[in-house]
Design a protein around this ligand. Structure first.
Ligand SMILES: [Zn+2]
Length: 464
């Protein structure tokens, strides 16, 4: 391997390897011991909260966690009082490099107007708002700037891992993979050939099994930790119907086979029922959105162990700001919103595995925790909602050995929220303490600007 190839190899180390290294570093005897105390503790997997919670941290790891643990001598004690300690929340569906939350047409104009570097600088604010809201890990499912081939999500992840900026641990997808004219085609809705060429695998657009394999390989080569694809239409795209299938079963089989060979999970954007059925049969790891899935499809999902990432916040935000979107998108949003509540209630009743995920970027970054109340309002038990954002998410992300629960040996990703979230799930929206890998990111009010960073930020979302 020559010097430049070696350099490229090093710069493309995957997220998982970085986590393994960062959390496997042995604890130095000199590392200060920090003891976190609070009235309650949620460990990320149990069915009840523990009382008199204690988490003992040394270096970047949890040394012990439980009820009424004795305080080691010389430890720094942080007593958070009437609060609940929890593993850092995990959001399985964000777009930290983007902000779709304002007026749709203004945003589209801004996207082609602004230098991509300037958009990347804005993304550093979104990353900070997300981790300060208690989300210490995100699966960032797609980053794309029309007319650009920059990997801004990879740059953001690497800068966070190197400590250059503050943000959550990120698993990134680079470009979502999809069909010509489909939900992810960045030129859809613009005049033909406005950008001089049709997008290809190097922007995630692929038709046919071989092209799909090439797109997967290209993304992994450039730093993808997880593969994202659109198998059905979407709400915020101008040239497709929201529920039609967009990949063939042969294309989905190639997508899953190639990704799994390269040890990457597959998350698929999917609203439609037929596309969901075919994707689940093809072996995808998670269905994102899933608005129109029928009970038979949910049964298939349950039997296959496929995760659902519900992203209720996305529909909630769009419906509360419906005038921000062109009429064609309004109609698609209304159809998806009308279907998704029954779908989610059915999924909960049937015991389909759920991983918390919001589609942050559709709404302002930092408001991710509002998803918890939407899940509970649609029939999920508060403890199950909390597990969806911790232990379950870590399982789906493939990093359960390292994080997602408060247990000896895990990464010290610990947050605290006031009171008891099982009595009032909106406590999750008021996280006041955040530690990521043993480093305290926040203890008290967030840094300015506050959690909502969009110019159009309006934190109030109507109840379902
Ligand atoms: Zn999304």
């Amino acid at each position: 391997m020559n010097v430049s190839a070696f350099y490229r190899f090093c710069s493309r180390l995957s997220f998982t390897i970085l986590v393994l290294i960062s959390c496997a570093i042995s604890i130095h005897a000199a590392d200060k011991v920090i003891v976190l105390k609070a009235a309650r503790l949620f460990d990320g997997k149990s069915k009840t909260l523990a009382q008199n919670g204690v988490v003992i941290v040394q270096g970047n790891k949890i040394v012990d966690a439980g009820s009424n643990l004795p305080t080691p001598t010389d430890a720094q004690v942080i007593d958070l009082g009437d609060a609940t300690l929890s593993p850092g929340f995990m959001d399985g569906h964000t777009h930290l490099t983007l902000d779709f939350s304002g007026n749709y047409n203004e945003r589209r104009l801004k996207e082609v107007d602004l230098n991509v570097s300037e958009q990347a600088i804005l993304a550093t604010r979104y990353a900070r708002a997300t981790v300060e809201a208690g989300f210490t890990t995100v699966r960032d499912l797609g980053s794309r700037f029309v007319g650009s081939k920059e990997f801004v999500d990879v740059a953001l992840r690497n800068s966070i891992n190197k400590g250059v900026i503050v943000g959550p641990r990120m698993l990134v997808a680079t470009y979502g993979i999809g069909a010509t004219g489909g939900h992810f085609d960045p030129t859809s809705g613009f005049r033909d050939m406005l950008f001089g060429h049709e997008p290809d695998f190097s922007q995630g657009i692929a038709d046919g099994p071989d092209a799909i394999r090439k797109a997967v390989r290209f993304e992994v080569k450039n730093g993808a930790d997880v593969i994202k694809a659109a198998v059905s239409g979407g709400v915020l795209s101008l040239a497709d119907e929201v529920d039609t299938p967009q990949l063939t079963p042969a294309e989905m089989a190639a997508l899953v086979d190639e990704s799994h060979r390269l040890r990457k999970k597959v998350a698929v954007h999917c609203h439609g029922d037929q596309a969901a059925k075919e994707a689940i049969e093809a072996g995808v790891d998670s269905i994102e959105h899933g608005s129109f899935m029928k009970p038979e499809t949910l049964t298939l999902m349950k039997n296959k162990g496929t995760y659902l990432t519900p992203t209720l916040m996305a529909t909630e935000w769009i419906m509360s700001k419906i005038d921000n979107y062109p009429p064609a998108l309004q109609a698609k949003a209304k159809a998806a919103a009308a279907a998704r509540s029954d779908m989610f209630r059915n999924a909960v009743k049937m015991g389909v595995k759920v991983s918390f995920g919001t589609d942050a970027a559709v709404f302002p970054h930092g408001q991710n925790a509002k998803e918890f109340k939407l899940m509970v309002d649609l029939g999920m038990q508060p403890m199950d909602a909390l597990r969806a954002a911790t232990g379950n998410a870590a399982d789906l992300f493939g990093i359960a050995q390292k994080t997602g629960t408060l247990e000896k040996g895990k990464c010290a990703d610990v947050i605290a929220m006031p009171g008891d979230p099982t009595a009032d799930i909106t406590a999750t929206e008021r996280v006041s303490f955040v530690m990521k890998e043993g480093k305290i990111i926040r203890n008290g009010p967030p840094s300015a600007p506050p959690v909502a960073v969009s110019a159009d930020a309006e934190p109030e979302i109507p109840a379902d």
